[in-house]
Design a protein around this ligand. Structure first.
Ligand code: FES
Length: 65
């Protein structure tokens, strides 16, 4: 599914960029080799980053238990 229509970047590419350690939308764009255009996808990318970080926090808590 395309998240960034302007640059034809799909969710898997964005998720890979986040998994590789990119923690802001600008660095995700850069990792995907694109520049933001309209910016409509920025909030969704930020949400994906936040979800990823919450997942990591949850995994850390489970590992500590
Ligand atoms: S949808 Fe990503 S920059 Fe326009």
């Amino acid at each position: 599914m395309y998240i960034c229509i302007c640059n034809a970047v799909c969710d898997k590419s964005i998720q890979n960029a986040i998994t590789e350690g990119n923690r802001c939308s600008d660095s995700v764009y850069k990792a995907c080799g694109v520049e933001p255009q309209c910016g409509c996808c920025r909030d969704e990318i930020e949400d994906m980053i936040e979800s990823h970080e919450q997942g990591l926090a949850g995994a850390t808590l489970m590992a500590a238990e």
